[in-house]
Design a protein around this ligand. Structure first.
Ligand code: NDP
Length: 522
């Protein structure tokens, strides 16, 4: 885990230069791809955590930044009886703390919010919803365009999609669209993912389905492709000849919080690896698509998933470390062990940490290990991709400096440090031959002061624009489940399940066993 701790050496200054091309483009023109169509966003599960914390704040910010059509509506649906005013008050109270909310724009935004109660297994409530939506369309000129956002427990995805279809809400006609947004997790293994897709497809066509992975919409994740394929100098060395290994890390300092019910069923492999980690892996390892267009990009990602070497489930300990956090301290504050968190079973065997060593069997990456690491309650919050280059093939300084010279390292910081750093060797000033590591450091927001879109704002906007670039395609989902399902089966059924789960202290860098797993590459 030295990705989390290593001092990157001295900092070198970096001057950001605008290219001639960049200077011709006003920053605002980079903000919006196009104007969203008038539409109604129907949020199912509108009384829940995701709606309150992510979806409504994102819609409000889009509204404030003029990213929405003036003819938009948000209709919240859930079992709870709330009413339009109750829904508006609940949403306002929930984002009250946010200093970017101002009263007058909120009042204007709130006048577009409506609420309809719904019972998920009662078709008549869906018929009522359709009648309501049709009436609202007439009043608000939303053109009949609709997004159905499933912010409900995953067990309800299939039946809810079918209810929407049965009452005719999935139907499209010339110039009028209907789209469905499905949150993660998309299935809990290969079979359930295939079945979920089959049921959604009974009423929705592929172009109507948006399988969300908000990680893909983070600016710095989108930047991976820009960085790799808009610069000529990195691609020639982006392969097995020059790269020793790649570490992709998503560390959280938070624990399971209030989501124990979900997490006890999921664990870290389903929660982080099947989706976010696999997407970052694909962006790091994929070949350049011929065009930056949704299906061409997704075709290349799928090729990466096809190259994944099947995981040696008979030798799990050589390729996988699983851990579960014990009690400890984060930022000086004592925090409980996972098993003592509310809603968690006292003898839970659910992993909160995993490191996987994976290989891609293709020309570019043969023999290069990719270490994928994710965990909760780690020392600090951090998402990054570390490209560790090979050492120089021959040290001409070996008489004075020995055989080993620290190899170059490129870090693409995704979060919270949105930056790119490149570490290299220079001569230390003085008469003696000495080297020092220095780091070129680019901060992503350097020389940019305009507004930015948060990940949920971007995915909602793209869904309104009908752009699938940042959404999963079903073949990718299935290939990733095909890779992970045997690992999950082995981990969840093998006799050594208890022994495989390494304890680690909250606030630490994870289980000690990760060092052994990485030893070959250091
Ligand atoms: P919640 O547990 O908060 O549930 C959402 C809503 O669904 C509730 O408000 C409730 O509304 C309804 N609901 C809950 N349980 C049931 C049930 N058994 N039967 C019928 N309705 C039920 O979920 P979240 O908002 O946290 O998550 C929603 C979806 O988004 C999930 O699939 C989750 O995996 C996914 N997700 C969530 C994230 C988050 O940060 N919260 C992040 C990424 C994905 P009511 O009782 O009023 O009907």
């Amino acid at each position: 885990m030295d990705d989390l701790t290593e001092n990157q050496g001295e900092k070198a200054t970096m001057i950001v230069e605008e290219s001639g091309l960049d200077m011709d483009i006003a920053p605002e023109s980079c903000l919006l791809e196009g104007m969203a169509d008038p539409c109604t966003i129907v949020i199912l599960g509108a009384s829940g955590d995701l709606t309150v914390r992510k979806v409504i704040p994102a819609l409000y910010m889009l509204f404030k930044n003029k990213g929405l059509s003036k003819d938009f509506l948000v209709v919240g649906c859930a079992r709870t009886e709330l009413g339009d005013d109750g829904f508006r008050d609940k949403m306002r109270a929930a984002i009250n703390e946010d200093e970017s909310v101002d009263n007058s724009s909120w009042q204007e935004f709130a006048s577009h919010l409506y609420y309809r109660s719904i019972i998920y297994d009662d078709l008549s409530t869906f018929k009522d919803l359709k009648i309501s939506l049709d009436e609202l369309d007439k009043t608000y000129k939303t053109g009949g365009n609709r997004i159905f956002y499933l912010a409900i427990p995953p067990t309800l995805y299939s039946s809810t999609a079918q209810m929407l279809g049965k009452v005719g809400l999935s139907k499209e006609k010339e110039g009028v669209w209907s789209r469905i947004v499905v949150e993660k997790p998309f299935g809990r293994d290969l079979d359930t993912a295939v079945e979920l897709d089959r049921t959604i497809h009974e009423y929705f066509k592929e172009h109507q389905i948006f399988r969300i992975d908000h990680y893909l919409a983070k600016e710095t994740v989108q930047n991976i492709l820009m960085f790799r394929f808009s610069n000529a100098i990195f691609e020639p060395v982006w392969n097995r000849r020059y790269i020793d290994h790649v570490s992709i890390t998503t560390a959280e300092s938070l624990g399971v919080e209030h989501r124990a019910g979900y997490y006890e069923q999921a664990g870290v492999l389903r929660d982080m690896f099947q989706n976010h980690m696999m997407q970052i892996l694909a962006l790091t390892a994929m070949e350049p698509p011929s065009l930056f267009e949704a299906d061409r990009v997704r075709d290349e990602k799928v090729k990466v998933y096809r190259s994944l070497r099947p995981f040696p489930v008979d030798r799990l300990q050589d390729y996988l470390v699983l851990g579960q956090y014990g009690a400890g301290a984060i930022d000086g504050k004592r925090v409980p062990a996972y098993r003592d968190e509310p809603g968690v079973s006292p003898d839970s065997l659910i992993p909160t940490f995993a490191m996987l060593k994976v290989y891609l069997d293709n020309w570019r990456w043969q023999g290069v290990p990719f270490y994928l690491t994710s965990g909760k309650r780690l020392k600090r919050k951090l998402t990054e991709i570390a490209i560790q280059f090979k050492e120089v093939p021959h040290s001409m300084f070996r008489q004075t400096l020995g055989e080993h010279i620290s190899a170059n390292r490129l870090i693409l910081g995704i979060y919270p440090d949105e930056r790119i750093t490149l570490t290299f060797q220079t001569k230390n000033p003085g008469a003696k031959v000495c080297l020092r590591s220095v780091t070129m450091d680019f901060h992503y927001d350097q020389s940019y002061e305009g507004p930015e879109f948060d990940a949920y704002e971007k995915v909602l906007l793209d869904c309104m624009l009908g752009d699938h670039m940042l959404f999963w395609r079903q073949d990718g989902v299935e290939l990733c489940w095909s890779f992970l399902t045997p690992i999950l089966q082995e981990c969840e059924t093998c006799g050594e399940r208890r022994e495989m789960l390494m304890p680690y202290e909250a606030g630490s860098e994870g289980p000690h066993a990760v060092k052994k797993l990485m030893a070959d590459s250091w």
